[in-house]
Ligand binder design. Structure first.
Ligand code: HEC
Ligand code: HEC
Length: 301
């Protein structure tokens, strides 16, 4: 179908945002059923959608054409000996799986459209967009083929999965084809769109990681100062224990008095270590440390 449309150059409409010539699938129930196990086994539309019923002595077909799942007993159980519940569950499982794959295909197509728009906004020429537009035309038609078909996969589950797989592939190929344009537009180039395209977010993440690699962190001097300011804290505390015998005689402290001093250190630690991180986060490392280092030292001076 797609090959034919490409050959004759047919389009149903032009996508306003990307400029792609796109197609509209027209409820391909017959085409899809044709690829499924029921068609292969000679089960026709009417067997499911217009099952036989008895009116007195007459055997007639139901002309109230509707979802066979509303009438599993006559629509399916003439052939299948499974319970009504089981038949319904099998049909619905096929539909749920199809729906999931259809959503993935839809996301891929939307991502492609966003990329083409971004490339256009970055000033891409028509010939740079040609491959992506063609990919959009194909991906959109393949997806629409499954979407416009009303059985949500039931008429031919495997065929629908195959077509949705092709659609996803075309969308991603299209995205790849505009990649050079998007990268070429540069990080800070004017016209670079600030949109919600997940691919752009991914690229920003990679770029910021690359930036981090080229910035080696604070210089050696700063690291040395951090180290010393921590070490001096510990030396202070140890000094107290070392000097304990002299301090006790000089100030006539009992062991209990000295223990109180040690305990007050511990209490300060407990309070400080619980809250200091949050305070530092709030005021920033630079301000926080400039304030913290002297203020932890002065009481000891
Ligand atoms: C093996 C049974 C079976 C056969 C054969 C079959 N269908 Fe269906 N059809 C279904 C089931 C099951 C659904 C899904 C109904 C639902 O989701 O409620 C469905 C859905 C549909 C729908 C959507 C109806 C709705 O209420 O949502 C249309 C239209 C349709 N089929 C047309 C056809 C046509 C045309 C053919 C033949 C080319 C065909 N079907 C052959 C079982 C069948
Ligand atoms: C006229 C007979 C007939 C009717 C009516 C019919 N089927 Fe079938 N169905 C078949 C045949 C034949 C197969 C192929 C399985 C086989 O050969 O063992 C099949 C296969 C299936 C399968 C397995 C599909 C797969 O890919 O393996 C499911 C599920 C199924 N049918 C559900 C239904 C449901 C639901 C309905 C009613 C909406 C229905 N069938 C109506 C004859 C029928």
């Amino acid at each position: 179908m797609l090959e034919y449309y490409d050959e004759v150059g047919h389009k149903d409409w032009t996508h306003a945002e990307t400029g792609a010539d796109v197609l509209k699938a027209q409820h391909p129930e017959f085409e899809n059923w044709n690829q499924g196990i029921h068609a292969r086994s000679g089960v026709a539309c009417a067997d499911c959608h217009m099952p036989y019923q008895r009116e007195g002595a007459f055997k007639i077909s139901d002309h109230h054409v509707r979802s066979p799942l509303l009438n599993v007993n006559r629509a399916c159980q003439t052939c299948h000996k499974w319970s009504e519940q089981e038949l319904k569950a099998r049909a619905e499982q096929i539909q749920d799986r199809t729906m999931q794959l259809r959503n993935v295909a839809m996301d891929a197509l939307v991502a492609l459209i966003a990329d083409i728009k971004a490339a256009k906004a970055a000033g891409a020429a028509d010939e740079q967009l040609a491959a992506a537009r063609k990919a959009q035309r194909h991906a959109q038609f393949l997806l629409d083929y499954c979407e416009a078909e009303n059985s949500m996969g039931f008429h031919a589950p495997q065929e629908v999965a195959r077509i949705l797989g092709l659609s996803i592939d075309r969308s991603r190929q299209g995205q790849l084809s505009v990649r050079p344009v998007l990268i070429g537009s540069g990080r800070n180039a004017p016209g670079r769109p600030a949109d919600g395209n997940p691919w752009h977010r991914e690229r920003e993440r990679l770029e910021s990681e690359a930036d981090a690699d080229t910035h080696p962190g604070p210089p050696l001097v700063h690291r040395g100062l951090f180290f010393l300011s921590t070490v001096i804290n510990y030396i202070d505390r140890q000094t107290l224990s070392v000097l304990a015998p002299y301090l006790k005689t000089e100030f006539t402290w009992s062991n209990a008095d000295f223990a109180l001093i040690i305990i007050s250190f511990r209490v300060a630690y407990a309070v400080g270590q619980t809250g200091a991180g949050q305070v530092l986060d709030r005021v920033g490392t630079r301000n926080g440390l400039s304030w913290a280092s002297p203020s932890t030292q002065w009481p000891r001076c």
